[in-house]
Design a protein around this ligand. Structure first.
Ligand SMILES: Cc1cc2nc3c(=O)[nH]c(=O)nc-3n(C[C@H](O)[C@H](O)[C@H](O)COP(=O)(O)OP(=O)(O)OC[C@H]3O[C@@H](n4cnc5c(N)ncnc54)[C@H](O)[C@@H]3O)c2cc1C
Length: 450
């Protein structure tokens, strides 16, 4: 978009979940929105290099599903048409917890499961159909275009050997975990933003399975066997997805290694307490095993920088990433887009967005998810965690240990997990009393060693 055309133009760096959600809300406020994506985007659902996590189970929490449905009405039906099952979390999930498995209980919590490439494909198609939006793929953003240190006026891009610039009134960095924004800000004379990292050293190994004729897929729609420091270093998350496939992620924490390949995938599954090994024995592998190990929680404190250039914001994994075992990333990306929408709507027409204020409010949006992920992860990452972390873990463990024995506590915990309720849901006396003085788990089954 040439400068001086008078058209208000936003550029989004990255066509991942955060970039697509941001493009959707920007399309309501800007006359033109360009999404610049480094990968050449596939025309059908499929994995791509820029999103290596796409090979692994991606659960969308109920709150995230609700927000995305609001932005893309009919999304759930469209995914369902593409084969993504919808089921009730309480009835369809088999949870294998340290204290046992809760019996199925209706929760009225619709859950839809699919592969990340399918969700991204459907969202991308919907975003592309928005009039102001252009998606330019196969183009890498290499830096910011500025007028002095205080104002960003576009991006520099590279397509093979040719370099170019795109002018913009607002640049949105949604380039994910490998964002180069700190480096670009340093070129503007800004100090390095503080990064906080909590790394539970969790490794993922995933593959999909199909069902041979004469066999049936399991009766459960999702299987969750979470990790818990220090006694449960192995776990799994499996979901039924489109094309009648079962997507299985095996994970390991605290330095324990996930399986490396096809040969030890089943062997690792056999060390778990839940039914995953029995299930996959009767199914046919439909993909190779893929591994992923960059699962640390990391937040970059852009909101604490002494100044921030006009015409720029950052969101999604580029600012705050979570250990994916808690399934929060896509939902938080949706909430950040909602924040952007609120801030765009509340300003006077054509008044520039206050980028620094956006980063400060975004830090508040991520705060709860950050605690939910890092309190248990600090138990892996630190041998002597501080007392608030110990207290938080003590309470969370009691809560999880009560879940198998009490449907009300199970429902409250599920709402918290799906972010449809805040922590106050645990203050309900009926829930709190059961957690604090309720029955103890019947037995602490440790994961066996491989
Ligand atoms: C193993 C794993 C499992 C996960 N499981 C879940 C889950 O169950 N539930 C959940 O909600 N979340 C999950 N997540 C998190 C989720 O993937 C992200 O939080 C979410 O996709 C938001 O990411 P994003 O859009 O910020 O970044 P991404 O989705 O990573 O997208 C970033 C995009 O930017 C592009 N890009 C990067 N640099 C440039 C550049 N210079 N120029 C142009 N384009 C660029 C990339 O190619 C990519 O397309 C998981 C993550 C991992 C690693």
């Amino acid at each position: 978009m040439p400068m001086g055309t008078g058209v208000r133009h936003a550029v989004v760096i990255g066509a991942g979940m955060a970039g697509l959600a941001a493009a959707r809300v920007l399309a309501d406020s800007f006359e033109a929105v360009t999404v610049v994506e480094r990968d050449t985007l596939p025309s059908a659902p499929g994995p791509r290099a820029g999103v290596p996590q796409g090979h692994h189970v991606h659960g969308l929490l109920a709150l995230g599903a609700e927000v995305f449905e609001g932005y893309f009405p009919g999304l759930r039906a469209e995914l369902q048409q593409a084969g993504a099952p919808v089921w009730d979390w309480g009835e369809g999930l088999r949870a294998v917890l340290p204290g046992g498995s809760p019996p199925p209980v209706p929760m009225d919590m619709p859950t839809q499961t699919f592969s990340r490439p399918l969700l991204e494909h459907v969202l991308r198609r919907r975003v592309r159909a928005l009039e102001p939006v252009t998606v330019r793929d196969g183009l890498t953003v290499t830096g910011l275009r500025t007028t002095g240190p205080g104002k960003v006026v576009g991006v520099r891009v590279k397509d093979g050997d040719s370099e170019d610039e795109i002018a913009a009134d607002l640049v949105v960095d949604a380039s994910g975990r490998s964002s180069r924004l700190p480096r670009w800000l340093a070129a503007l004379g800004l100090p390095d933003p503080r990064k906080t990292t909590v790394d539970a050293q969790i490794g993922y190994a995933s593959r999909t399975y199909s069902c041979p004729a004469g066999q049936s897929l399991p009766s459960w729609m999702g299987l969750l066997e979470p990790l818990r420091a220090p006694d449960f270093p192995r776990g799994c998350y499996a979901i039924r997805i489109e094309d009648d496939l079962l997507h299985v992620t095996l994970h390991a924490g605290g330095g324990t290694q996930p399986p490396h390949g096809d040969d030890d995938f089943l062997a690792f599954a056999k060390t778990l307490r839940g039914p995953i090994a029995d299930t996959i024995t009767s199914l046919t592998p439909a993909s190779a095993v893929r591994r992923y190990a960059r699962t640390l929680n990391q937040k970059t404190a852009y909101h604490r920088l002494p100044r921030w250039p006009d015409g720029l914001i950052a969101l999604g994994d580029s600012v705050c990433t979570f250990n994916p075992a808690y399934g929060q990333g896509m939902t938080v990306a949706a909430l950040e887009a909602r924040l952007l929408e609120q801030m765009l709507r509340s300003r006077r027409t054509r008044t520039p967005l206050d980028g620094h204020a956006f980063q400060k409010r975004l830090a508040r949006v991520t705060a709860f998810s950050w605690l939910m992920a890092t309190i248990p992860d600090r138990a892996w990452a630190q041998s002597h965690p501080a007392w608030p972390v110990k207290a938080g873990n003590w309470f969370m463990n009691r809560l999880i240990d009560t879940v198998p024995h009490d449907p009300k506590v199970y429902t409250a915990f599920s709402s918290l997990f799906h972010m449809t309720a805040g922590p106050l849901t645990l203050a309900d006396p009926r829930v709190l009393s059961r957690v604090l003085i309720g029955p103890r788990p019947s037995g602490n089954l440790r994961t066996t060693t491989a």
